[in-house]
Design a protein around this ligand. Structure first.
Ligand SMILES: C[S@@+](CC[C@H](N)C(=O)[O-])C[C@H]1O[C@@H](n2cnc3c(N)ncnc32)[C@H](O)[C@@H]1O
Length: 278
Protein backbone atom coordinates (compact mmCIF):
# COMPACT_ATOMS: atom_id res chain seq x y z
CA UNK A 1 0.00 0.00 0.00
CA UNK A 2 1.55 3.33 -1.00
CA UNK A 3 2.14 5.90 1.69
CA UNK A 4 0.84 9.34 1.04
CA UNK A 5 3.69 11.54 2.21
CA UNK A 6 1.39 14.52 2.51
CA UNK A 7 -0.65 12.54 4.99
CA UNK A 8 2.25 11.78 7.23
CA UNK A 9 3.98 14.06 9.69
CA UNK A 10 7.25 12.82 11.12
CA UNK A 11 8.31 14.36 14.38
CA UNK A 12 11.22 14.03 16.70
CA UNK A 13 9.43 13.21 19.89
CA UNK A 14 10.33 9.89 21.36
CA UNK A 15 11.50 6.69 19.89
CA UNK A 16 8.59 4.86 18.32
CA UNK A 17 6.70 5.28 15.18
CA UNK A 18 2.97 5.30 15.57
CA UNK A 19 0.60 5.44 12.69
CA UNK A 20 -3.11 5.11 12.43
CA UNK A 21 -4.25 2.70 9.80
CA UNK A 22 -3.83 -0.90 8.73
CA UNK A 23 -0.71 -2.95 9.24
CA UNK A 24 0.26 -3.12 5.56
CA UNK A 25 0.36 0.66 5.63
CA UNK A 26 2.71 0.47 8.61
CA UNK A 27 5.02 -1.79 6.66
CA UNK A 28 5.01 0.62 3.77
CA UNK A 29 6.00 3.42 6.12
CA UNK A 30 8.89 1.38 7.46
CA UNK A 31 10.15 0.86 3.94
CA UNK A 32 9.83 4.44 2.87
CA UNK A 33 11.05 6.19 6.01
CA UNK A 34 14.46 4.72 6.78
CA UNK A 35 14.77 6.67 10.04
CA UNK A 36 11.76 4.88 11.45
CA UNK A 37 12.47 1.56 13.10
CA UNK A 38 9.06 0.43 14.23
CA UNK A 39 5.48 1.28 13.68
CA UNK A 40 3.15 0.21 16.38
CA UNK A 41 -0.51 -0.43 16.28
CA UNK A 42 -3.34 1.80 15.42
CA UNK A 43 -3.63 5.05 17.26
CA UNK A 44 -7.11 5.28 18.62
CA UNK A 45 -6.73 6.85 22.00
CA UNK A 46 -4.47 9.29 23.65
CA UNK A 47 -3.47 6.73 26.24
CA UNK A 48 -1.91 4.56 23.56
CA UNK A 49 0.30 7.43 22.66
CA UNK A 50 1.16 8.25 26.23
CA UNK A 51 2.22 4.68 26.87
CA UNK A 52 5.98 5.06 26.70
CA UNK A 53 6.50 1.43 25.81
CA UNK A 54 5.19 2.35 22.39
CA UNK A 55 7.89 4.96 21.90
CA UNK A 56 10.71 2.91 20.68
CA UNK A 57 12.56 4.35 17.77
CA UNK A 58 13.81 7.65 16.56
CA UNK A 59 10.70 9.44 15.58
CA UNK A 60 6.99 9.25 15.61
CA UNK A 61 5.07 9.19 12.43
CA UNK A 62 1.55 10.33 12.78
CA UNK A 63 -1.06 10.96 10.22
CA UNK A 64 -1.92 14.59 9.90
CA UNK A 65 -5.24 14.26 11.64
CA UNK A 66 -3.43 13.22 14.82
CA UNK A 67 -1.76 16.59 15.13
CA UNK A 68 -3.85 17.65 18.16
CA UNK A 69 -3.15 14.35 19.87
CA UNK A 70 0.51 14.80 19.18
CA UNK A 71 0.58 18.17 20.87
CA UNK A 72 -1.19 16.67 23.86
CA UNK A 73 1.40 13.91 24.01
CA UNK A 74 4.22 16.39 23.84
CA UNK A 75 2.78 18.21 26.81
CA UNK A 76 2.18 15.17 28.95
CA UNK A 77 5.72 14.20 29.78
CA UNK A 78 6.66 11.28 27.56
CA UNK A 79 10.15 11.58 28.99
CA UNK A 80 9.03 10.30 32.37
CA UNK A 81 9.21 6.68 31.41
CA UNK A 82 7.24 4.01 33.18
CA UNK A 83 10.44 2.32 34.15
CA UNK A 84 11.64 5.28 36.20
CA UNK A 85 12.44 3.82 39.59
CA UNK A 86 10.46 6.62 41.19
CA UNK A 87 8.12 8.22 38.66
CA UNK A 88 7.90 11.96 39.01
CA UNK A 89 4.64 12.26 37.11
CA UNK A 90 1.76 13.08 39.49
CA UNK A 91 -0.25 10.10 40.61
CA UNK A 92 -3.54 9.63 38.81
CA UNK A 93 -5.00 6.35 40.04
CA UNK A 94 -7.10 4.25 37.72
CA UNK A 95 -8.13 0.66 37.39
CA UNK A 96 -8.33 -2.04 34.75
CA UNK A 97 -10.22 -5.28 34.54
CA UNK A 98 -8.27 -8.42 33.77
CA UNK A 99 -10.30 -11.36 32.65
CA UNK A 100 -8.49 -14.44 31.48
CA UNK A 101 -9.00 -18.19 31.94
CA UNK A 102 -10.14 -18.75 35.52
CA UNK A 103 -9.15 -15.26 36.65
CA UNK A 104 -11.19 -12.10 36.99
CA UNK A 105 -9.38 -9.24 38.69
CA UNK A 106 -9.92 -5.54 39.13
CA UNK A 107 -6.42 -4.04 39.28
CA UNK A 108 -5.39 -0.59 40.42
CA UNK A 109 -3.08 1.27 38.04
CA UNK A 110 -1.47 4.67 38.00
CA UNK A 111 0.43 7.09 35.82
CA UNK A 112 4.15 6.40 35.55
CA UNK A 113 3.42 2.68 35.33
CA UNK A 114 3.35 0.62 32.16
CA UNK A 115 0.01 0.40 30.37
CA UNK A 116 -1.90 2.22 33.06
CA UNK A 117 -5.07 2.56 31.00
CA UNK A 118 -5.68 -1.03 30.04
CA UNK A 119 -4.16 -4.47 30.25
CA UNK A 120 -1.46 -4.47 27.58
CA UNK A 121 -2.29 -6.51 24.50
CA UNK A 122 1.02 -8.39 24.70
CA UNK A 123 0.35 -9.24 28.34
CA UNK A 124 -3.04 -10.66 27.38
CA UNK A 125 -1.49 -12.73 24.60
CA UNK A 126 1.04 -14.11 27.09
CA UNK A 127 -1.57 -14.95 29.72
CA UNK A 128 -3.77 -16.69 27.16
CA UNK A 129 -0.90 -18.60 25.57
CA UNK A 130 1.12 -19.77 28.55
CA UNK A 131 0.14 -23.19 29.86
CA UNK A 132 -1.19 -23.52 33.43
CA UNK A 133 1.73 -22.82 35.76
CA UNK A 134 3.60 -25.81 37.15
CA UNK A 135 2.29 -27.27 40.40
CA UNK A 136 5.59 -26.71 42.16
CA UNK A 137 7.14 -23.29 42.37
CA UNK A 138 8.35 -20.79 42.92
CA UNK A 139 7.26 -18.58 40.05
CA UNK A 140 8.67 -15.25 38.94
CA UNK A 141 7.27 -12.28 37.01
CA UNK A 142 10.13 -10.16 35.66
CA UNK A 143 9.04 -6.53 35.28
CA UNK A 144 5.70 -6.90 37.02
CA UNK A 145 4.29 -3.39 36.48
CA UNK A 146 1.03 -3.14 38.43
CA UNK A 147 0.94 -6.93 38.56
CA UNK A 148 -1.33 -8.44 35.88
CA UNK A 149 0.99 -11.39 35.21
CA UNK A 150 2.07 -12.05 38.81
CA UNK A 151 -1.51 -11.89 40.08
CA UNK A 152 -2.79 -14.19 37.35
CA UNK A 153 -0.11 -16.72 38.26
CA UNK A 154 -0.88 -16.32 41.96
CA UNK A 155 -4.61 -16.81 41.30
CA UNK A 156 -4.01 -19.89 39.22
CA UNK A 157 -1.65 -21.37 41.81
CA UNK A 158 -2.67 -20.04 45.19
CA UNK A 159 -0.28 -22.28 47.07
CA UNK A 160 2.82 -21.33 45.15
CA UNK A 161 5.05 -18.41 46.04
CA UNK A 162 5.03 -15.86 43.25
CA UNK A 163 7.81 -13.28 43.11
CA UNK A 164 7.15 -10.06 41.25
CA UNK A 165 10.12 -7.83 40.56
CA UNK A 166 10.33 -4.36 39.10
CA UNK A 167 12.58 -1.34 39.32
CA UNK A 168 9.63 1.03 39.50
CA UNK A 169 8.59 1.63 43.11
CA UNK A 170 5.11 2.82 42.12
CA UNK A 171 4.60 -0.40 40.17
CA UNK A 172 5.72 -2.49 43.14
CA UNK A 173 3.35 -0.62 45.46
CA UNK A 174 0.46 -1.26 43.07
CA UNK A 175 1.31 -4.94 42.78
CA UNK A 176 1.37 -5.24 46.57
CA UNK A 177 -1.93 -3.40 46.93
CA UNK A 178 -3.54 -5.40 44.14
CA UNK A 179 -2.37 -8.69 45.66
CA UNK A 180 -3.73 -7.66 49.06
CA UNK A 181 -7.05 -6.57 47.58
CA UNK A 182 -7.39 -9.91 45.78
CA UNK A 183 -6.45 -11.87 48.90
CA UNK A 184 -3.33 -13.23 47.22
CA UNK A 185 -0.90 -13.57 50.11
CA UNK A 186 1.39 -15.71 47.94
CA UNK A 187 2.74 -12.69 46.03
CA UNK A 188 5.97 -10.96 47.04
CA UNK A 189 6.63 -7.77 45.10
CA UNK A 190 10.13 -6.37 45.52
CA UNK A 191 13.10 -4.88 43.69
CA UNK A 192 15.18 -7.51 41.88
CA UNK A 193 18.04 -7.41 44.38
CA UNK A 194 15.72 -8.46 47.21
CA UNK A 195 15.03 -11.87 45.68
CA UNK A 196 17.12 -14.40 47.63
CA UNK A 197 20.15 -15.45 45.60
CA UNK A 198 19.56 -19.15 46.15
CA UNK A 199 16.02 -19.22 44.71
CA UNK A 200 15.53 -21.04 41.42
CA UNK A 201 12.24 -20.86 39.55
CA UNK A 202 9.91 -23.42 38.03
CA UNK A 203 8.36 -20.73 35.87
CA UNK A 204 9.51 -17.30 34.76
CA UNK A 205 7.06 -15.04 32.97
CA UNK A 206 7.70 -11.67 31.44
CA UNK A 207 6.46 -8.99 29.16
CA UNK A 208 9.99 -7.61 29.18
CA UNK A 209 11.03 -3.96 29.00
CA UNK A 210 11.99 -3.80 25.34
CA UNK A 211 12.06 -0.02 25.67
CA UNK A 212 15.19 -0.17 27.75
CA UNK A 213 17.17 -1.32 24.68
CA UNK A 214 18.87 -4.50 23.61
CA UNK A 215 21.88 -4.50 25.98
CA UNK A 216 19.66 -3.91 29.02
CA UNK A 217 17.13 -6.48 27.83
CA UNK A 218 19.82 -9.08 27.27
CA UNK A 219 21.36 -8.35 30.66
CA UNK A 220 17.96 -8.72 32.31
CA UNK A 221 17.32 -12.06 30.64
CA UNK A 222 20.78 -13.31 31.51
CA UNK A 223 20.15 -12.27 35.09
CA UNK A 224 17.05 -14.49 35.42
CA UNK A 225 16.98 -17.26 32.81
CA UNK A 226 19.95 -19.12 34.33
CA UNK A 227 17.82 -19.34 37.47
CA UNK A 228 15.28 -21.69 35.90
CA UNK A 229 15.02 -25.07 37.60
CA UNK A 230 16.13 -27.95 35.34
CA UNK A 231 12.56 -28.69 34.28
CA UNK A 232 11.44 -25.07 34.49
CA UNK A 233 10.32 -22.90 31.60
CA UNK A 234 10.23 -19.20 30.88
CA UNK A 235 7.53 -17.48 28.85
CA UNK A 236 8.32 -14.19 27.18
CA UNK A 237 6.03 -12.06 25.06
CA UNK A 238 7.58 -9.72 22.51
CA UNK A 239 5.98 -7.79 19.68
CA UNK A 240 6.95 -9.12 16.31
CA UNK A 241 7.93 -5.67 15.06
CA UNK A 242 10.07 -5.10 18.13
CA UNK A 243 12.43 -7.94 17.44
CA UNK A 244 10.84 -11.12 18.76
CA UNK A 245 12.53 -13.17 16.06
CA UNK A 246 15.98 -11.74 16.66
CA UNK A 247 15.49 -12.27 20.38
CA UNK A 248 14.55 -15.88 19.63
CA UNK A 249 17.77 -16.33 17.64
CA UNK A 250 19.86 -14.64 20.32
CA UNK A 251 18.41 -16.84 23.06
CA UNK A 252 18.86 -20.06 21.16
CA UNK A 253 21.85 -19.63 18.89
CA UNK A 254 24.00 -17.23 20.89
CA UNK A 255 23.02 -18.11 24.43
CA UNK A 256 22.12 -21.80 24.14
CA UNK A 257 18.63 -21.68 25.67
CA UNK A 258 16.35 -24.07 23.74
CA UNK A 259 13.54 -21.76 22.62
CA UNK A 260 10.20 -22.49 20.99
CA UNK A 261 7.73 -20.07 19.49
CA UNK A 262 4.56 -20.97 21.34
CA UNK A 263 2.16 -18.66 19.55
CA UNK A 264 2.19 -15.79 17.11
CA UNK A 265 -0.90 -13.70 17.61
CA UNK A 266 -2.05 -10.10 17.24
CA UNK A 267 1.48 -9.04 16.30
CA UNK A 268 3.07 -10.73 19.32
CA UNK A 269 5.14 -13.84 19.73
CA UNK A 270 5.27 -15.85 22.92
CA UNK A 271 8.59 -17.63 23.35
CA UNK A 272 8.98 -20.64 25.60
CA UNK A 273 12.52 -20.87 26.90
CA UNK A 274 14.05 -23.97 28.50
CA UNK A 275 17.19 -24.00 30.66
CA UNK A 276 20.53 -24.51 28.95
CA UNK A 277 21.28 -28.21 28.68
CA UNK A 278 23.53 -29.32 31.57
C1 LIG B 1 6.56 -4.02 29.32
S1 LIG B 1 6.42 -3.61 31.03
C2 LIG B 1 5.43 -4.97 31.63
C3 LIG B 1 4.69 -4.64 32.91
C4 LIG B 1 3.67 -5.70 33.36
N1 LIG B 1 4.29 -6.98 33.52
C5 LIG B 1 2.51 -5.78 32.41
O1 LIG B 1 2.42 -6.79 31.73
O2 LIG B 1 1.70 -4.85 32.35
C6 LIG B 1 8.04 -3.98 31.61
C7 LIG B 1 8.30 -3.69 33.09
O3 LIG B 1 9.67 -4.00 33.36
C8 LIG B 1 10.14 -3.10 34.33
N2 LIG B 1 11.61 -3.13 34.28
C9 LIG B 1 12.45 -2.42 33.48
N3 LIG B 1 13.72 -2.76 33.71
C10 LIG B 1 13.69 -3.71 34.69
C11 LIG B 1 14.68 -4.46 35.37
N4 LIG B 1 15.98 -4.32 35.10
N5 LIG B 1 14.30 -5.34 36.32
C12 LIG B 1 12.99 -5.51 36.60
N6 LIG B 1 12.00 -4.82 35.99
C13 LIG B 1 12.34 -3.94 35.05
C14 LIG B 1 9.48 -1.79 33.96
O4 LIG B 1 9.47 -0.90 35.06
C15 LIG B 1 8.10 -2.26 33.53
O5 LIG B 1 7.20 -2.23 34.62
Amino acid sequence: MPVDRHDVAAVQLGTAAVLGGPVDRHEAVLEQFPGVHAVLGEVRELEELTDPDRFLTDRHVLRGRHGPILRAVASCGVGDHYFSSTPSVASRPGSVRLHTAGVDLELATDTGVFSQGRVDRGTRVLLDAAPMPPVRGPLLDVGCGYGPIALTLASRRRRLPVWAVDLNSRALGLTRDNAAAAGLGNVTACPPDEVPDDLAFAGIYSNPPIRSGKPALHALLLQWLPRLLPDGRAYLVVAKNLGSDSLHRWLEQEQGFPTTRLVSEKGYRVLEVAPRPA
